[in-house]
Design a protein. Structure first.
Length: 160
């Protein structure tokens, strides 16, 4: 009898993240996915009081945590769809990259594209972290590159 895998089964291997709780973040939950099938790990605000983000304003929001991501992987800080839809707030440098050798606090750069001020409270879910593999890269200088159909055509050069 063959085993049929269900959508709710856990993968056979997982990327292990090590989290360091920073001073003043004792009351915040450990970053974790909201559901077993979630691709992203919820990142929460560690602001001490309500933070108002005015329309058009951008700001860096602390999370209260640092993380060790294994070599060969990166953390991609991505927007939360509900925050974007309801308030027009998104991650400015999306996705922001957390390199495997970075050990500082995770900060999330939010921008308010909405028409009303946005209030961010302590513990609010502000972004999500998706862990993804990265390829090792070696660079070499050459005199010429191979030819392709597109060539050096830039933005919009392949049509609509």
């Amino acid at each position: 009898m063959t085993h049929q895998r269900t959508a709710d089964e856990k993968p056979t291997s997982a990327v292990r993240l090590l989290w360091r709780r920073l001073e003043g973040a004792a009351d915040l939950p450990l970053p974790a996915p909201a559901t077993p099938g979630a691709a992203g790990i919820d990142l929460r605000s560690a602001v001490s009081g309500p933070l108002e983000i005015a329309p058009g304003q951008r700001t860096s929001v602390p999370t209260g945590f640092a993380v060790a991501i294994p070599r060969g992987f990166e953390g991609q800080v991505r927007p939360r769809s509900g925050l974007a839809l309801r308030q027009g707030v998104t991650v400015l440098n999306s996705p922001g990259t957390i390199d495997s050798d970075y050990r500082g606090e995770i900060l999330v750069i939010l921008i308010n594209h909405g028409s009303d001020p946005c209030l961010v409270g302590r513990g609010d879910r502000i972004a999500q972290l998706v862990v993804a593999p990265v390829s090792a890269v070696e660079s070499s200088e050459v005199d010429a590159l191979d030819e392709t159909e597109r060539g050096s055509g830039g933005f919009g050069s392949t049509g609509r």
